[in-house]
Design a binder for this molecule. Structure first.
Ligand SMILES: [Zn+2]
Length: 338
């Protein structure tokens, strides 16, 4: 296996001055030196001083620094008289990608016509848009929650599938990543209500249901307890409104997109039980799920936001007798505590 320990790391040895290298740049966080096996003359490596194995471990600042030093050095190579008709920047991250030294580094490779550098692939013909969108959604959905858990630092832009701006109404087809997002946000807000029953509710909790890409969460406190508001705001919860039975908070990602509505109420209250019962009924009744999804899509197409809210109420009213009948026949009960 490759060296994974600091003591055995050749780049750490170079950074510490215990191994030789031909340096072209040094600052407090990054160094650059010639690759000992250059693809072309001028091939150099930009390396963080700190021993970090992979791209994922580089923070925002160090990642930018690495790239910007590489950018300056490629200008220097072009101006130096070294043969250089083009430049490749190259990172090998992971063994299958060709990483040989497990200390993150960025290759700067001068290129010229007829040189020996190759990165080959069997390039396919352009793929259907639907396929590209499906793959893009997977990446976006992870990127959003990663941004949310980032301590507000750096202003990383979440490119998003999940989340809505405050004045936005948008319906999306059911996304299998929604339950995962619920679990992630649940873990982030748990410190504000350690003993609460936290459940995924609303349309995103119902498989197959088209929905606003916004996670509804029911946070049910034990009677006699209250939400620690300081802890809540430390977890990123923003107060929105008090309703008779529930207090609404929102959970935002750093750039202001709302990812979740957090309904805080008491355990066993009718608002909690209704949300759980509605979810469980819908999960057992796929035809109702389709009808409900279609109705929401039509309301959004119709345009205004009040039309959207107005459209949902009659539907829920019309099926609520069936929901209560189903509850008593099936002996429905809210989920047991862990
Ligand atoms: Zn190292």
């Amino acid at each position: 296996m490759m060296a994974r320990r600091t003591e055995a790391c050749v780049f750490c040895e170079i950074v510490a001055g215990r191994a030789r290298a031909s340096f072209v740049h040094e600052d407090e966080s990054v160094v650059a030196f010639m690759d000992i096996r250059p693809v072309n003359p001028g091939h150099l490596l930009v390396v963080p001083r700190q021993h970090l194995e992979s791209l994922s471990e580089l923070g925002e600042e160090l990642g930018s620094r690495l790239f910007n030093v590489a950018r300056d050095l490629q200008s220097a190579i072009r101006a130096s008289g070294i043969r250089c008709e083009g430049i490749n920047l190259f990172v090998a991250d992971g063994e299958v990608a060709g990483q040989e030294v497990y200390h993150a580094h960025l290759h700067v490779v001068p290129r010229f016509a007829g040189d020996s550098f190759r990165v080959t692939a069997d390039w396919p013909s352009p793929r259907p848009r639907e396929e590209l969108e499906t793959v893009a959604a997977k990446v976006r959905n992870v990127a959003v929650v990663a941004g949310a858990s980032d301590d507000g630092g750096g202003g990383r832009a979440p490119v998003t599938g999940l989340g809505l701006a405050d004045d936005e109404v948008r319906i999306e087809p059911y996304d299998y990543s929604w339950p995962d997002h619920f679990a992630e946000i649940c873990a982030l807000i748990r410190p504000a209500a350690p003993d609460a029953r936290i459940e995924h509710v609303g349309s995103t909790s119902i498989p197959g249901c088209s929905a606003k890409p916004l996670i509804d969460m029911s946070v049910a406190l034990s009677p006699g307890t209250s939400l620690d508001t300081e802890a809540a705001s430390a977890c990123g919860l923003v107060f929105r409104a008090v309703n008779p039975e529930a207090t609404l908070f929102a959970f935002y990602c750093p750039l202001g997109r709302r990812l979740a509505n957090v309904h805080v109420r008491y355990r066993g209250s009718s608002s909690e039980l209704w949300d759980l019962l509605f979810r469980d009924f819908m999960r057992e009744h796929p035809k109702d799920v389709v009808a409900y999804g279609e109705l929401k899509c039509q309301a959004v197409v119709a345009g205004d936001r009040t039309a959207y809210s107005r459209a949902k109420a009659p539907f829920i009213e019309s099926i609520s007798p069936r929901i209560h009948k189903w509850a008593s026949e099936s002996g429905w009960a809210p989920p047991a505590d862990d």
